[in-house]
Ligand binder design. Structure first.
Ligand code: 5AD
Ligand code: SF4
Length: 487
């Protein structure tokens, strides 16, 4: 018998009332772990959302604390971690494909360790599949016990046995974890974990547990540290950022947090992802009042049909969404908007879909992430009978995507000949004189220039527009990186 600790979706759906607490001493790195990775290399493959990107930075920090160094490809690594996403079936299939491919590497290098973590590790079915079909996986751990990575790795190294440890009940908000950030000028900052919305199609409330906000003091301390390290842009992260602080009893927690964050002195602050239901007027007012709060709002609508929104348990109507959208656009006219839309939710009719299209025509989003509904085992929608044929869903996606492309092109065309400020992310791999970065409205700009570096704020004149990017020429470097505010 093995002593695996396996996931349980039913347990994960339960929401306890007991106040979770903040753990500041949960993460330890005993002396004997600090050299376990010496001379070894790690590679982390990250799928899915920014929460996973940030978790991967945390895991990188822990691994480096064990002496590991980052590998530039998985072929040359001694440890591969696959940080997975469970939100749609095709994301899962990608992971299975990768795990299959790693079998080859492991044959050549049997001492190589392979770990799987992230949202798929929180699903019973996926973990059972991996145990059965991918014996080359040595380590499986979930989203609630990242901090256990060094201990679990040490255990599998010591015993040579597979280690599986998943908690289906979220634990504490764990503070003071190490991390190795991927960028020196842009940083992700978690403000809350989990989701309590339980949209009927979504697996996230099961894989990431209940909503838990970090204390505002902890977030601000992290922001101040990032500011001291010359970070220019931060992105506040949560599955449902507008619910920030509700679990702590703050009615307008997110607006207060935005206000406090804007005062730390970053040039750019973004946030991801808001939910229309909790997007209050206080939040709109704060966004409109501060120049460093970027005029880009990703506001997932999912469907334009009241009937489907209800079945999705989205907790707003079409009218409420449009009212919110119009209020934001009125108050922040320069803002760009994007959204998420699911087509082919069980038994979506032509009429429902037409409602989605007409909502889109009203909002004229700058861009959208569009998906065909993917049933997720264990969610209420997966138990709904669905008679809509796959071809109909695919056709709807195509019609919607044409609309998305049309408005993306239109909204971008308005930027022609304008001068915009771009935060440069670096140069193109193929052409060193071509740089890329984003405008405040989150428009991707590819531009020509000289002597420009990642982290520079550059004024760029737009010379050409496309649906998904803008082209331009650098006019001047407004402020080079690193930028010291006291100078
Ligand atoms: N099928 C298709 N799309 C989904 N999303 C979440 N769950 C599903 C699902 N089961 C989409 C939603 C969400 C985005 C992150 O992924 O649009 O906003
Ligand atoms: Fe999923 Fe809805 Fe929560 Fe977003 S708000 S993570 S779609 S349950």
């Amino acid at each position: 018998m093995n002593d695996y600790r396996l996931p349980n979706l039913k347990e994960a759906a339960r929401r306890q009332r007991d106040p979770e607490h903040i753990a500041r001493d949960l993460f330890t790195m005993p002396e004997e772990y600090r050299t376990l990775g010496e001379g070894k290399r790690y590679y982390i493959l990250t799928h899915g959302c920014q929460a996973n990107e940030r978790d991967s930075e945390t895991m990188a920090g822990m691994l480096e604390g064990m002496g590991y160094q980052k590998a530039s490809s998985y072929a040359e690594s001694d440890l591969i971690l696959v940080n997975t996403c469970a939100v749609r079936q095709n994301a899962e299939e990608k992971v299975y494909g990768e795990l299959g491919a790693f079998l080859e590497y492991k044959r050549k290098k049997p001492e190589m360790l392979i770990g799987m973590c992230g949202c798929m590790a929180q699903e019973e079915r996926s973990v059972q599949d991996v145990l059965k079909k991918y014996p080359q996986v040595d380590l499986i751990f979930g989203t609630h016990n990242l901090h256990r990575l060094p201990a679990l790795l040490a255990e599998t190294m010591k015993t040579g046995k597979k280690v599986v440890e998943i908690y289906s009940r979220e634990g504490e908000v764990v503070e003071d974890l190490p991390s190795h950030r991927n960028s020196r000028h842009k940083a992700w900052v978690n403000i809350m974990y989990g989701c309590d919305k339980f949209c009927t199609y979504c697996i996230v409330p099961y894989t990431r547990g209940k909503e838990r906000s970090r204390r505002i003091g902890d977030i601000l301390a992290e922001l101040k540290e990032l500011k001291a390290q010359n970070y220019r842009e931060i992105c506040l992260l949560g599955q449902n950022v507008n619910a920030y602080g509700l679990d702590l009893g703050h009615a307008h927690g997110f607006a207060q947090l935005l206000q406090a964050a804007s005062e730390v002195g970053f040039e750019r602050i973004r946030f991801m992802t808001p939910h229309p239901h909790n997007f209050d007027q206080e939040c709109i007012d704060v966004l409109a009042a501060h120049e460093n709060l970027m005029p880009y709002i990703h506001l997932p609508v999912q469907s334009g049909s009241d009937r489907i929104l209800k079945k999705m348990n989205r907790s707003y109507s079409r009218e409420e969404y449009l009212d919110l959208f119009d209020r934001i656009r009125e108050k922040i006219p320069q803002a760009s908007f994007s959204t998420d839309i699911i087509v082919g939710f069980p038994n979506e009719t032509d009429e429902d879909f037409a409602d989605t299209l007409s909502l889109y025509d009203h909002c004229q989003f700058d861009s959208a992430f569009t998906f065909i509904y993917s049933p997720r085992g264990g969610t209420p929608a997966a138990r709904m009978e669905d008679l809509t044929p796959r071809e109909v869903k695919e056709e709807r996606l195509q019609i919607l995507n044409e609309k998305v492309g049309y408005y993306a092109h239109e909204r971008n065309a308005a930027f022609l000949n304008r001068e915009v400020i771009v935060l440069c992310d670096g140069s193109s791999k193929k052409k060193k004189e071509i740089f890329a970065g984003y405008t405040p409205e989150n428009k991707l700009v590819n531009f020509k220039g000289e002597n420009i570096h990642a982290g520079d704020l550059v004024k760029v004149r737009i010379t050409e527009t496309h649906s998904y990017s803008l082209n331009g020429e650098a006019v001047e470097i407004i402020s080079p990186f690193p930028y010291n505010i006291s100078e």
